[in-house]
Design a protein around this ligand. Structure first.
Ligand code: BGC
Length: 437
């Protein structure tokens, strides 16, 4: 497979890709950067690249900004719209290659390994030792934050991805019940369709289609099978009968989705639930921030249930920040303060309340968190004990960007094909993953 021209996903970071991307993005207009008022310019400043631009996400980013400003560290906002972070990564590559990286960037999962390998990231071991990150963080998380045994990123939150969000009024109107299995999901979707209600809202990005696919895969394969396929990349599991069934169920979903030909953000799809234009959405719990911002209480007015067939399981997405090497002392101090602040209990609480996720520290008081977060916390702990946590494919937590791109290509081609063939797709998946490894 030609990695540079992979259509589905553009996170691949080989040096060649970085340079190609850099020259392409020289033609793009720059990001919106809001500089602080010059009169009150603090001495220290961090320029922070992130893709938290939806209504709820902005509130969460403001918590981080506020915590830094309280410590007299200025915030230079480097926000690049686009859920999943694909556009943000493109812009980051061009800044890094031109020798002008921001102080901090929202980087996560396998991207950390790839940026670490390129030598761009600051070693955070000193802060980590002082604050005791090895003791504070669940091992599944600390391991993602390290490159060759050294911390190169600080985790902000734990997002659960395998959620189904439901507008209960629409379900009731159609005489449907809240689904807890794939079959009951299809039964509910059929009733909604009969009642002329769009059963599932789905945005137009490849990562959103893969978000749906990975929940179907978890339901059909269970955590062990999911791991064997998407983490161990076992060719038999990728091409075998259970995977054919994953594609079959995924295909069945299509008739209940109003597949968009024009661009639709994940947050627009969330808004469709709030506005009564669609009944359900498969999306990570960052969607909660959006529901709240639009005036609907998550867990009450918009219900959260595990994606059908994944009750008790947990697909994780961990947001984290990495810091780029800068030489002046003030920048380095500001970066260290930001890293340290992110792991304080007070920040963890306030930020995660706004973001819809749960804290990475297990000692944070969860009073005031909604029922979706409480359920997420219980499920995370249970799956951690049982060693059944699974990483999100769509969020770059399961595999390298090359393998992720290969999966995106096969899944999205299948989803948009008029003659989708589940058996063929499973074979293609195994082949594409093999050549991308
Ligand atoms: C990030 C979330 C974010 C979501 C939608 C994901 O990639 O991990 O923090 O809310 O994209 O923008």
């Amino acid at each position: 497979m030609n990695k540079s021209f992979s259509a589905g996903c553009n996170r691949s970071l080989s040096l060649a890709a970085v340079f190609i991307t850099a020259s392409i993005s020289a033609f793009m207009s720059g990001p919106a950067i809001s500089a602080p008022d010059a009169a009150q310019q603090p001495e220290q400043e961090v320029e922070v690249l992130h893709w938290w631009t939806a209504k709820g996400e902005i509130k969460a980013a403001e918590v981080l900004q506020g915590s830094l400003e309280q410590q007299h560290i200025g915030w230079k906002n480097f926000a690049i719209a686009g859920g999943g972070g694909e556009s943000a990564m493109t812009v980051l590559k061009s800044r890094a290659v031109s020798g002008n990286p921001p102080s901090a960037a929202q980087l996560k999962g396998y991207d950390l390994q790839e940026w670490g390998m390129l030598g761009f990231l600051t070693n955070l071991d000193a802060v980590a030792n002082t604050q005791g990150w090895d003791q504070l963080l669940p091992p599944v998380i600390s391991q993602i934050m390290k490159y060759q045994g050294h911390y190169v990123a600080v985790p902000v939150n734990i997002h659960r991805v395998n959620w189904l969000w439901i507008n209960p009024e629409l379900l009731e109107k159609a005489g449907a019940t809240v689904p807890d299995s794939l079959e009951s999901f299809f039964a509910a979707a059929e009733k909604l369709k009969q009642a002329n209600i769009v059963p599932v809202a789905l945005g137009s990005d490849p990562w959103q289609e893969v978000t749906l696919f990975e929940s179907v895969a978890l339901a059909v394969l269970g955590p062990q099978g999911y791991r064997r396929a998407f983490v161990d990349l076992d060719p038999d599991m990728l091409s075998g009968e259970p995977m054919v069934d994953v594609f079959r169920q995924f295909e069945r979903m299509r008739q209940y989705i109003d597949v968009k030909t024009k661009a639709l953000e994940w947050s627009d799809a969330s808004a469709m639930l709030v506005e009564g234009k669609a009944a359900m959405q498969f999306m990570g719990d960052w969607a909660k921030g959006e529901f709240s911002a639009l005036g609907k209480a998550p867990g009450q007015e918009i219900l959260c249930v595990p994606a059908p067939g994944t009750q008790g399981f947990f697909t994780y997405n961990i947001d984290s920040f990495a810091f780029f090497k800068h030489s002046d002392d003030l920048s380095i101090q500001a970066q260290e303060t930001m890293a340290q602040t992110i792991l304080t209990p007070a920040f963890q609480r306030e930020f995660n309340l706004a973001k819809g996720s749960i804290p990475v520290r297990t000692d944070v008081d969860l009073t005031g968190f909604d029922t979706c977060s409480l359920a997420s916390s219980t499920a995370f702990q249970l799956n951690q004990q049982n060693k059944t946590l699974v990483p999100s494919i769509s969020q770059g937590l399961a595999s390298t960007s090359y393998v992720q791109a290969a999966i995106f290509d096969v899944v999205t081609d299948f989803f948009h094909s008029k003659q989708a063939d589940p058996e063929k797709a499973a074979n293609q998946l195994a082949r594409a993953v093999k050549s991308a490894r």
